[in-house]
Every structure is written in structure tokens, then in C-alpha cells.
Design a protein around this ligand. Structure first.
Ligand code: ADP
Ligand code: MG
Length: 442
């Protein structure tokens, strides 16, 4: 079987959503391909017009999480249908920009309304007819009181960065806006934290809001494609070759448990024709930086490191992390794999686990909330690993998500059964001396 990676926890793509073609095009033009975790959770609920409280760290894409369902349902009319309230003018401008970007080609007009500038221009914009208004509380209320801004046709009220608005003393303004907006509206509240003041707003002005939150550690873990292989210690090296040949990674970080094994793995990779180097905490800083520069420039494709040495690696676009040895702690696992998911890129993390790693595997599953089934080196799900724990009774099997559907009945590879080494499974493909032609031309 040449294919190596049955994928679990693949982030979902916008293209899988049933959205208007113009909206799909605008999303693609914005460069968004996979949904962030908060988007994945908020968008389907918002499309059902339900109230939502959404909590996630800043920078996780909350803006598009509320704009996309809104744009899907909005029919442009020149009447204000959506009101997004933000704490600052900078944020109002930014959200309005995002609305303009995501509504491209849909005939939707958006305006930013904020204090500190002349009223005339903004009033003209409103009179000319807009569908989406993004603004700060003070100026919005001025316009509402003077009947420049009418909320009669309002369908969406969004309170963005609600915690910050409360910190800035906007509670009465929010009360005012929530009371003025028609009851039939959908209300969405976004916040990085949910202090009691924010909960009070939700209780007072929202109808059975769906509470959606994404914790940081889970977000990292969910963004990365993860594959776990069950393998005995002495079969790790052949499996590593196989994985590398299948994945042909551009920038791959391999983690080992011991400093001594970094050198050994590096040498074996070089013998096999890979440009590999290792990072060691014993190396001089200048030497380390030289290695990292080469890695950045793509002259080295593989770095082998321990957790300690790996910590200093600050390179944005690592494509693969391979855990040659399991980490000691669950949060080391998240740190390691999180290196592939910087800046919204997708990464692939591949982990080798032995029987001795059962306990840590189980704690990684708990920590990330992911099922992480174990695959035999030939790619089939190895049911014998399912239950975790330290026994090898082989009985339990975790529930799997619908993805990658590999049936459990498939032949289990070298690793079925007990923890002994894969004596019977010697027929592994040697693969010969495969040169890395794709790389050589580059
Ligand atoms: P938040 O409101 O959660 O702080 P933003 O909505 O401001 O986050 O988004 C942060 C950044 O991420 C923005 O630059 C935005 O363009 C970008 N972004 C949002 N969603 C995606 C996505 N699905 N893929 C890639 N980038 C995204
Ligand atoms: Mg935001």
C-alpha cells in the first residue's frame, strides 16, 4: 500500500459549505480556504438564525464567523439589515473592510459609522442606502436618536468584542441598542472572555443563545491534521522513511526523546539522501542559527530535535512535524504539533507510538479532546490500540469520526496483537534508493 496517511481531524473547508456562488468566490478571493475552529462551529448555527455567544481568543476569525452566514442570508435592499457594534473606530473600519471584502460581487453595501470625524459624510452614506452598518456605540446612538439610522428592518445585531465594550463603559449604550432593535432580530455576541457583565447582556437580550467557545489548546490541535502510527521501537526508522517518501515534506521537524538519537536519525536520513540536520542544545548559538537559516531557505528539509532544542525554533511555515518518539506530556504534544499550524496554515503531524506510550497517548486524547485512532504502519486503523490504557487486551475501540473511513476489519499490520516486535512482518517495502527527484529540480 503506497498511501500512508489516513487523516483524522482534517479542518473543514469553506468550499464544503452550501453557500451562494458569489459568496464562495469572495471567500476564496480573501484567501480563506479552511475554516478556523470558531468559524466551523458558529457558521452552521448562525445559518439557522439562532442567537449565539461566541468566545475565542483574538485573531481566530470571529469576524468572518458572523459575516459569512449573514451574507448568505442577506438580500440587499438598501435598508439597514445588519448592525455590528464594535468598541473602537479602528475595529469598526476593520470589520467594515472585511464585510466589503466578503460581500464582493453581491450588491451589498456596508458603511462604518464612528465618532471623532464629521457627521456629514456618514449621514450621506446612510441616506444613500446601506445594508450593513458597523459602528461604535456613541455615534450609532446619535444617528438612531436623530432618525438617520433606522432599525425597522434590522435582522442581525452583532456585539463584537463585548468584553471590551463593557470595559470601556458602554453598558448603557449596549442596553439602548439592544432595546431599540426589533425583537425578531438574531443577536450574536462575540468576546474573548465571558465575564459576568457579558453574561448579563446575553441573559437580558438574547433568546436561548447557543454558547460556543473554543479553547486555545483545542484550537491548535484541531487545525492540524494528525496521524498516529502504532509501531515497535525497532521499526520506527523504516516507518520514518516510508512516511517521508510519501509526504515529501518541505520543512519537517522531527522530535525525539533523547539528544543522542537526534544524531543517529540525522545520519540515517543523510545516508538515504535527505538533507537533514539536527539541533542540539549543546550547539553554539551561531551554529544553531546557521542551521535554522538553511532550514528557512529550504536547503535543509528536515531538522531533528528534542523538545528542549525545538523550543527555540521560530520558523513560520513548517509543513510537517513527526514525533519519532512520543512527548512526555500532553501539552508538549500540542506545542510540537502547533508549530505546523502557524499563521493559519494547515500542517500535518505524524506521531509514532509504541506500546509503552499508551498512557501518554490517552492523556493526549483527553487534553485535546480528539480521538486520535492508532494506525498500523500499513495505514489501517489498528483496533487493538483503541481503548488506550496500558493493557493490550485489544478489546476496546474508540468511536471514530466519519472522516477517512477506513474499516477496522482491514489487515492490521506488523503490529497487531501483543507488544512484541514485528517478527512476522518482515516483508516491508525497502523502497530501494529512491532519489528525491521533486526536490532536486528545485
Ligand atoms: P478575531 O475577531 O477573532 O480577533 P479576525 O476576524 O479579526 O479575528 O481575524 C483575524 C485574521 O485572520 C484576519 O486577518 C482575517 O483576515 C484572518 N482570517 C479569518 N478567517 C480566516 C480563515 N478561515 N483562513 C485564513 N485566515 C483567516
Ligand atoms: Mg474580532
Amino acid at each position: 500500500m503506497s498511501e500512508v496517511a489516513p487523516l483524522d481531524s482534517v479542518p473543514r473547508k469553506f468550499s464544503e459549505l452550501d453557500l451562494k456562488p458569489e459568496l464562495q468566490s469572495a471567500i476564496a478571493a480573501a484567501g480563506y480556504v479552511t475554516m478556523t475552529p470558531i468559524q466551523e462551529k458558529v457558521i452552521p448555527v448562525a445559518l439557522e438564525s439562532r442567537d449565539i455567544t461566541g468566545m475565542a481568543q483574538t485573531g481566530t476569525g470571529k469576524t468572518a464567523a458572523f459575516l459569512i452566514p449573514m451574507l448568505q442570508l442577506l438580500e440587499p435592499s438598501g435598508e439597514i439589515q445588519a448592525l455590528v457594534v464594535t468598541p473602537t473606530r479602528e475595529l469598526a473600519i476593520q470589520v467594515c473592510g472585511e464585510a466589503t471584502k466578503l460581500s464582493a460581487g453581491q450588491g451589498v453595501r456596508a458603511a462604518a459609522i464612528y465618532g471623532g470625524t464629521s457627521i456629514g459624510h456618514q449621514r450621506k452614506e446612510l441616506f444613500a442606502g446601506v445594508d450593513i452598518v458597523v459602528g461604535t456605540p456613541g455615534r450609532l446612538i446619535d444617528f438612531i436618536k436623530t432618525a438617520v439610522l433606522r432599525m425597522r428592518y434590522l435582522k442581525w445585531l452583532v456585539l463584537d468584542e463585548a468584553d471590551r465594550m463593557l470595559d470601556m463603559g458602554f453598558i448603557e449604550d449596549i442596553d439602548f441598542l439592544c432595546k431599540r432593535a426589533p425583537l425578531s432580530r438574531q443577536t450574536m455576541l462575540f468576546s474573548a472572555t465571558l465575564p459576568s457583565g457579558v453574561m448579563n447582556i446575553a441573559r437580558s437580550y438574547m433568546i436561548h443563545p447557543e454558547e460556543i467557545s473554543v479553547s486555545p489548546r483545542k484550537m491548535v490541535a484541531e487545525r492540524v491534521r494528525q496521524t498516529i502510527y502504532g509501531v515497535s521501537q525497532d521499526r520506527k526508522m523504516p516507518l520514518l522513511f516510508k512516511v517521508l517518501e510519501a509526504e515529501k515534506p518541505d520543512r519537517c521537524l522531527i522530535f525525539t526523546a533523547r539528544r543522542e538519537s537526534t544524531g543517529e536519525i540525522m545520519r540515517k536520513l543523510r545516508e538515504r539522501g535527505w538533507e537533514a540536520a539536527r539541533l542540539s542544545s549543546l550547539q553554539e548559538q551561531r551554529h544553531r542559527e546557521g542551521i535554522m537559516d538553511m532550514f528557512r531557505r529550504g536547503e535543509i528539509h528536515i531538522l531533528v530535535a528534542t523538545d528542549v532544542a525545538g523550543r527555540g525554533i521560530d520558523i513560520g511555515d513548517i509543513t510537517h512535524v513527526i514525533n519519532y518518539d512520543a512527548p512526555m506530556e500532553a501539552d508538549d504534544y500540542v506545542h510540537r504539533i502547533g508549530r505546523t499550524a502557524r499563521a493559519g496554515r494547515e500542517g500535518h503531524a505524524i506521531s509514532f507510538v509504541t506500546r509503552e506510550d499508551n498512557a501518554i497517548l490517552e492523556s493526549i486524547r483527553k487534553y485535546t479532546g480528539l480521538e486520535l485512532p492508532v494506525h498500523a504502519p500499513d495505514g489501517a486503523v489498528d483496533a487493538a490500540w483503541g481503548a488506550g490504557g496500558s493493557g493490550d487486551d485489544g478489546a476496546g475501540r474508540r468511536r471514530r469520526r466519519g472522516r477517512g473511513g477506513r474499516s477496522k476489519g482491514e489487515p492490521v499490520g506488523a503490529h497487531a496483537g501483543s507488544g512484541s516486535t514485528a517478527g512476522g512482518g518482515r516483508r516491508r517495502r525497502r523502497g530501494g534508493r529512491r532519489s528525491r527527484s521533486r526536490r532536486d529540480g528545485a
